[in-house]
Write a protein that binds this ligand. Structure first.
Ligand SMILES: Nc1ncnc2c1ncn2[C@@H]1O[C@H](COP(=O)(O)OP(=O)(O)OP(=O)(O)O)[C@@H](O)[C@H]1O
Ligand SMILES: [Mg+2]
Length: 267
């Protein structure tokens, strides 16, 4: 009997199995196992230095696993030849933790760069796309500004516009909200939700801001510095309320009394 759409197993966008990550003999994390599903807003959480940026580098193919596999839509990514891997990478948009804009280029030129390097679009078409991407992140009219002429929050949004330039299937963002005030940070959350809903992108994001995590993420992995492996994976709100791992609960409940989204305790 042919399978109906209802009983087809959804294929994970990213599947990570038994992943060990290392720099030389220094093992950062071992035995990571998790899935990122299509249209997830998937957050990588854990203490400073636990390996969040390292995990992102593995997911985008910048580093080889010391052990284990990474699959995209069921196809092995980590064992691909560079040419085959390139086809996947073209579908990624990335904002690195240190992801500065080019200071000598205007915002329009910064966002045009990936389009000029990766597409055969005519200059007029590129200009139009650049304006559209800037409008998406609320920066219409700032085309000719240089990074030094705009605020920190605007730079973050311009960085996201650049990561989105090629309409990525998966958007990777490493701490896009770091250093933003609560209002700018909330605007950034709204933007990420709109991108997921509007463009249908899957989003993998590194952040330690609890308000942001509970507002936007539906899936997560917690990297535990103490055990050097994953402490949990799943919906962060459920993990906060029900995880049997105290390290995970403590991380997600820190500063709870002053949080804007307190856990609901049974009274
Ligand atoms: N290129 C590198 N060579 C050797 N060790 C590295 C390298 N990059 C990171 N490390 C080490 O790997 C560990 C994880 O670093 P990583 O940057 O992934 O942590 P992180 O969770 O992103 O931290 P943060 O929250 O501070 O951004 C750290 O101990 C770090 O010193
Ligand atoms: Mg980092």
């Amino acid at each position: 009997m042919p399978a109906s759409p209802d009983n087809l197993e959804p294929v994970a966008k990213i599947t990570v199995r038994d992943l060990t990550m290392a720099y030389g003999s220094f093992v950062v994390m071992r035995d990571l196992n998790f899935d990122v599903m299509e249209k997830d807003i998937f957050v990588i959480i854990g203490g400073s230095g636990c390996g969040k940026s390292t995990l992102m580098r593995h997911l985008i193919g910048l580093r080889e696993p010391a052990k284990g596999t990474i699959l995209y839509e069921g196809e092995e990514f980590s064992a691909d030849t560079p040419a085959e891997r390139g086809e996947f990478i073209e579908r990624f948009g990335v904002m690195y933790q240190s992801g500065a804009l080019w200071s000598s280029l205007t915002l329009a030129e910064n966002i045009a760069l990936p389009l000029e390097e990766n597409t055969a679009l005519a200059p007029a078409a590129i200009r139009e796309l650049v304006s559209y991407k800037l409008a998406l992140v609320g920066l219409s009219g700032y085309e000719e500004y240089y990074p030094s002429e705009i605020s920190g929050g605007m730079k973050k949004r311009a960085g996201i516009a650049r990561a989105m330039a090629l309409d990525p299937d998966i958007l990777f963002l490493d701490e896009p909200g770091a250093g933003l005030d609560p209002l700018s940070s909330r605007r950034l959350d709204d933007l990420i939700l709109r991108l997921r809903d509007g463009l249908g992108s899957t989003v993998v994001i590194v952040t330690h801001e609890l308000a942001s995590i509970f507002a936007i993420a539906n899936n997560s992995i917690f990297l535990d510095t103490t055990t050097r492996t994953q402490g949990a994976t799943g919906n962060p709100t459920e993990l906060r309320d029900h995880s049997d791992n105290p390290a995970v609960r403590d991380f997600l409940r820190r500063g709870e009394h002053e949080s804007e989204t307190p856990a609901r305790h049974p009274s």
